[in-house]
Design a protein around this ligand. Structure first.
Ligand code: NDP
Length: 474
């Protein structure tokens, strides 16, 4: 065969990715389990480039030049395994299977190991940016062998989003590294959206602003440090008026946030790694709380708490901007900590600055301040936290008083701000010289003889709490 690359799975993501490839001059073989999708793609977009339609998997494989490169874009989970099983017997050593779906990184590790046994390369590639990104340039986070990236990298980089001429695609690391980074990207997206939602809620409930006015506030913020895709579209959504009722769109949408699971995975993995990603966790739990409608309705009347508040709106808007920015820096710092921890645990050797680079375009969390994150890690790859990079440390220092006022205001006004307040708690925890963890250790030793270490001597110790309370070395 002569096709440079293949795509199997031609729903929203796969068909747009195939078109993106074709528009970049690659001969693309396309296939879908139900061939009607293949036919539809060729009928509607066949003229955009050089497609080879395949009705069956053997036809798809036969259409490809060697070493073969096949992108799988099917529903994540069992369908991916089904497609891989069908493919592997048709392939030869050196061929590359790329999973562009939202796979669990542990699945990717398993699949990579299984295919490696057979001499095949398996590339778990996180692809962000939804339908629009797939067509016009996504952010791509490929894992897998260096050897496979040598073949695939140029293709993926050419179809990826570009920022300042740089592609939003880089080899992330071996096996599950790409899908792990994509997962954390999605987790950060959850945190970012929760913080934006809290800012809106405060301006509305404590500040008394109307959605259209808050839209203007966000529009203004989008020309500063907060410039980002999510802040930009927040202005759009808040400014939108429902045609049927003439009400602000946000007032006619049911206030129950749904989730597909990548935020939850991020938190589950963070728990395994022992990394506090409080921003992402609070966002996942806030969505969960919103979804428990029956419970909310059942308890609402019995839980008073509305405290009328008088807040000077002028000050509040700027304070909330600071709180949003500082909390966002914390959420990203936590996400990068998680990537670093996984990189160490799994031996991925991930370049954190490069991750910030490839998130600058094509993906949902694209934002101006990712340039700053890249500079921070490029300047010092061993940075113990993003928060201590000079730029971010100064920004958070400047924001700090406003951030504290905002959390206090929210508490006084009875507006929940789990994102803002947990970010501040994390910040205060990190910077505290002494934490009450010492008391926790004392309690653990009291009831469970779990022992503790001392500040003044090496070793593990236990106090004989039930006896004379003398201390013994454990
Ligand atoms: P869907 O997740 O809706 O999956 C539909 C596709 O999967 C169809 O092509 C379908 O084939 C195929 N499929 C399902 N089960 C099987 C099976 N057992 N064997 C073979 N093929 C099967 O499509 P999307 O385009 O939305 O997403 C594709 C992947 O990209 C998913 O992993 C998704 O998580 C990920 N992704 C999606 C984004 C988005 O914005 N939608 C963004 C980033 C990643 P058939 O037509 O025959 O039913």
């Amino acid at each position: 065969g002569t096709a440079r690359i293949a795509v199997t799975g031609l729903a929203t993501m796969g068909s747009n990715l195939a078109r993106n490839l074709a528009r970049h001059g690659y001969r693309v073989a396309v296939h879908n389990r139900t061939s009607a999708r293949t036919t539809a793609l060729i009928e509607q977009h066949g003229q955009e480039g050089d497609f080879v339609a395949a009705e069956t998997m053997p036809e798809l494989v036969a259409a490809l030049a060697k070493p073969r490169q096949i992108i799988i874009m099917v529903k994540a989970g069992q369908p991916t395994d089904a497609v891989i099983d069908e493919l592997v017997d048709l392939l030869e050593p050196g061929d590359m299977v790329i999973d562009g779906g939202n796979a669990q990184f542990a699945d990717t590790r398993r699949r990579e190991a299984a295919l490696r046994e057979r001499g095949l390369h398996f590339v778990g590639a996180g692809i962000s940016g939804g339908e629009e990104g797939a067509l016009n340039g996504p952010s791509i986070m490929p894992g897998g062998s260096k050897e496979s990236y040598a073949h695939l990298g140029p293709v993926l980089e050419s179809i990826a989003a570009k920022v300042d001429g740089q592609p939003c695609c880089v080899h992330v690391g071996p096996d599950g590294a790409g899908h792990f980074v994509k997962m954390v990207h999605n987790g950060i997206e959850y945190a970012d959206m929760q913080l934006i939602a809290e800012a809106y809620d405060l301006l509305r409930r404590a500040g008394g602003l109307k959605p259209a006015e808050i839209a203007e506030v966000f529009r203004g913020w989008n020309s500063g440090d907060l410039e980002s895709y999510l802040v930009e579209i927040t202005a759009e959504v808040l400014g939108h008026v429902d045609a049927a009722t003439g009400q602000p769109f946000v007032d006619v949408v049911a206030d129950q946030a749904e989730q597909k699971g990548t935020g939850r995975w991020t938190v589950q993995e963070a728990l395994e790694l022992g990394i506090p990603v409080t921003g992402i966790a609070e966002a996942v739990f806030a969505r969960a709380l919103s979804g428990h409608v029956d419970q909310r309705v059942a308890v609402r009347d019995r839980l008073p708490g509305d405290v009328p508040s008088t807040v000077a709106v002028d000050g509040l808007v700027d304070d909330v901007r600071h709180a949003l920015y500082a909390s966002k820096v914390v959420a990203y710092a936590q996400g990068f900590d998680q990537i670093r921890a996984a990189s160490q645990t799994y031996g991925w050797n991930i370049d954190l600055g490069a991750m910030a680079t490839i998130w600058r375009g094509g993906c949902i969390i694209r934002a101006r301040f990712l340039d700053r994150i890249r500079e921070a890690y490029d300047g010092n790859p061993e940075l113990p936290s993003l928060l201590v990079n000079d730029y971010f440390a100064d920004a958070v220092e400047q924001a700090q008083q406003a951030w504290r006022r905002v959390v206090s205001t929210a508490v006084q006004a009875g507006v929940p701000v789990p994102g803002f307040s947990s970010a501040l708690a994390y910040y205060d925890g990190l910077r505290s010289e002494r934490l009450p963890a010492a008391l926790v250790q004392g309690l653990r030793d009291f009831f469970g003889a779990h022992t503790y270490r001392r500040v003044d001597r090496e070793g593990s110790f236990h106090t004989l709490w039930g006896a004379d309370r003398s201390e013994i070395e454990a």
